[in-house]
Design a protein around this ligand. Structure first.
Ligand code: ZN
Length: 376
């Protein structure tokens, strides 16, 4: 609870790099009552869905899971990709996942996995399945627009190698592809992560939200989002009032654990979550210093928060995600999850045979998860 309000975080990350009990402590410490783990593909073990489901089993009323897609399909099922992904999404649903996370629109992931254009016909069966079954997607599309500009990209992003030259997909091209997908499948249930990276172009985002009633955005930083809102506060406030039913609280808690293999400190995660809460609820300007949290900024800067009404806060902090999802977290089907882990181990063995990059595959983590799941 935060200010007597339930907190539902639609966007956190988790993998077994973070011990289960530590993750529970972090969620409690951040006043998170309910959280949605959005799983991303794992270079060393292909999938971390089993880890998220183990945490879900521990906290069955508190955790939703959006599974990553099967990244091996980008290499082995090129011609039937959409069909293979639709099948996989159904298996994830049967195993007890509540939706799908697509990190594929993050340019460096798209490049690494050689993901075909989202509006290519090969994707169709997948999006048709997601639309027909109302199985939701949390979709990361693009990145802050500065990342395509070597003169404007912040230092911390440069250090992550997030400067996108012409070998990466262009952000406008990707917006076009995604809007084509929506044109073909207008009932898709989608949360676009990080405000769809349109916090500087609110009129453009308005048009999309007006046109597609099942499209939502989350408030997960991208710190640039809060800087953009602060610089244009009147417009941002009007936007939040108009679209108060379409905006969701999200934080990216757990990212560091998934990306670096080391979890962030409780304090660091809390500061990140507090930034979002404070920006929505408080009225007084506040300073973010350069040590505030990871992936934030290079210099101190001041944010001018929106101080929205309690009624709107409640929607953003909990109601919108709960209405969007429309059910309690699905129950895990242990046999199906075990079957998935076995499949992942086999796929990883095949990948290892064909791979000369020397990457260390993490069979140990998959086997450990399997043993844990067997005991459930
Ligand atoms: Zn994320």
């Amino acid at each position: 609870m935060f200010n007597d309000m339930k907190i539902v975080d639609c966007h956190i990350h988790y993998s077994s790099n973070i011990p289960v009990d530590e993750m529970i402590r972090i969620l409690d410490y951040c006043d998170t009552d309910i959280a949605n783990i959005v799983v991303v593909p794992d270079r060393a073990k292909l999938s971390a869905v089993q880890d998220a489901l183990i945490l879900k089993h521990k906290l069955p009323d508190r955790i939703y899971v959006f599974a990553s897609l099967d990244a091996s399909n980008y290499f082995t099922k090129k011609k039937t990709l959409g069909k293979a992904m639709a099948k996989y999404a159904l298996r994830m649903r049967e195993a007890g996942c509540d939706g799908i996370k697509m990190i594929e629109g993050k340019p460096q992931i798209r490049k690494m996995l050689n993901v075909p254009s989202f509006d290519a016909p090969v994707w169709d069966p997948y999006f048709a399945f997601m639309e027909d079954t109302a199985f939701p997607i949390l979709w990361h599309v693009n990145d802050p627009e500065e990342f395509w500009d070597k003169d404007k990209i912040p230092k911390w992003a440069m250090e992550q190698n997030w400067l996108y030259d012409e070998t990466y997909v262009n952000n406008e091209q990707q917006y076009e592809e995604v809007l084509n997908v929506l044109k073909k499948h207008p009932d898709l249930k989608i949360i676009f992560a990080h405000f769809f990276f349109l916090s500087k172009q609110l009129d453009r985002l308005s048009e999309i939200l007006d046109k597609y009633q099942n499209v939502y955005v989350d408030l997960t930083p991208g710190i640039e989002m809060y800087i953009n809102f602060s610089e244009n506060k009147e417009k941002a406030t009007a936007f939040f009032e108009k679209y108060q039913d379409r905006i969701m609280y999200g934080t990216d808690i757990g990212t560091k654990g998934v990306v670096d293999g080391k979890s962030a400190s409780k304090e660091e995660e809390k500061r990140r979550a507090d930034l979002v809460k404070r920006y929505i609820s408080s009225k007084a300007d506040f300073v973010i210093d350069e040590h505030y949290s990871y992936l934030m900024h290079d210099n101190d800067f001041t944010l001018s928060p929106l101080g929205l009404s309690k009624k709107i806060q409640k929607k953003i902090f909990s109601q919108n995600f709960l209405d969007f999802i429309g059910h309690a977290p699905y129950e895990i089907n242990i046999n199906k999850v075990l079957a998935e882990v076995r499949k992942t181990i086999i796929k990883l063995c095949l990948m290892k045979i064909g791979d000369k990059s020397g990457i260390k595959y993490d069979f140990a983590s998959l086997k450990k998860a399997y043993k844990q799941l067997e005991k459930i």
